[in-house]
Ligand binder design. Structure first.
Ligand SMILES: O=C(O)CCC(=O)C(=O)O
Length: 230
């Protein structure tokens, strides 16, 4: 899997690019098995709250495991794969490192989303074009099961963020549903998106769980020193 010139142009101009069939089915099966093992071993946490920003919700569930690589070799190996590094180097240049890795799981029927935000509100690098998210669909991801939605070209302006009181630690900014595009990708596909892109995920209204693996890569020269991530 290589990033084409057209894909690079789209990433540079609009701040995102979708890559279908980036990973093969065998890898997806082993990542899903590993995810089940981690869920069974109590590594996951419901980060949704009912509006107080603290207390875990009984009604809404947004499961997060973060960071992943210190507790799972199988997941840690994904960010070291040649095809992943080639793609990241094409988008950001060669001087990159993994910044953070995590899984978000939206259970069937009551899985809730992660509200609008720009990742750079967390990472705070000086030039948003020096960092990319890589969001990998571990299950087919579509509008009905709340796939990621992004606002094209929104990386050109940074927005004010406040604490998201529907999560126990996230922050959020204004998003605009009328300008966003749903990133519908089959399992094994992924989306690369600039650290400044406004994005969110939505509710899972289907009767099957949906998981996404979120990797973040940064140019080492731009990373804020001792920022507390991986
Ligand atoms: O999958 C999610 O719910 C959120 C993912 C996300 O915000 C990210 O990868 O930056």
């Amino acid at each position: 899997m290589t990033i084409t010139n057209n894909q690079l142009n789209q990433f540079q101009n609009e701040g995102y690019v979708i890559c279908e069939k980036f990973f093969n089915e065998d890898l997806m099966i082993s990542l899903k098995k590993e995810l089940d093992r981690m869920l069974d071993n109590g590594h996951a946490r419901n980060v949704s709250t009912d509006g107080d920003g603290k207390t875990s919700s009984n009604k809404k569930v947004n499961i997060q495991i973060c960071p992943l690589s210190p507790i799972s070799k199988i997941f840690a190996d994904v960010s070291k794969r040649k095809d992943v590094l080639n793609a990241v180097h094409t988008l950001l240049g060669e001087n990159t490192e993994l910044h953070l890795d995590q899984v978000f799981l939206k259970p069937a029927n009551h899985g809730t989303g992660t509200n609008w935000h720009q990742d750079n509100a967390y990472f705070k690098i000086k030039d948003v074009s020096k960092g990319t998210g890589m969001w990998i669909a571990l299950d087919d991801a579509n509008k009905e099961n709340g796939t990621m939605e992004i606002v094209p070209s929104s990386h050109l302006q940074s927005h004010e963020h406040i604490r998201d009181m529907h999560s126990d630690h996230h922050i959020t900014c204004e998003g605009d549903d009328s300008k966003s595009i749903a990133m519908e990708v089959k399992r094994g596909g992924c989306v690369f998106f600039n650290y400044g892109i406004i994005h969110c995920t939505k509710e899972n209204k289907t009767n099957a769980a949906r998981a996404g693996l979120a990797l973040h890569f940064v140019d080492k020269n731009y990373r804020v020193k001792d920022d507390g991530f991986l």
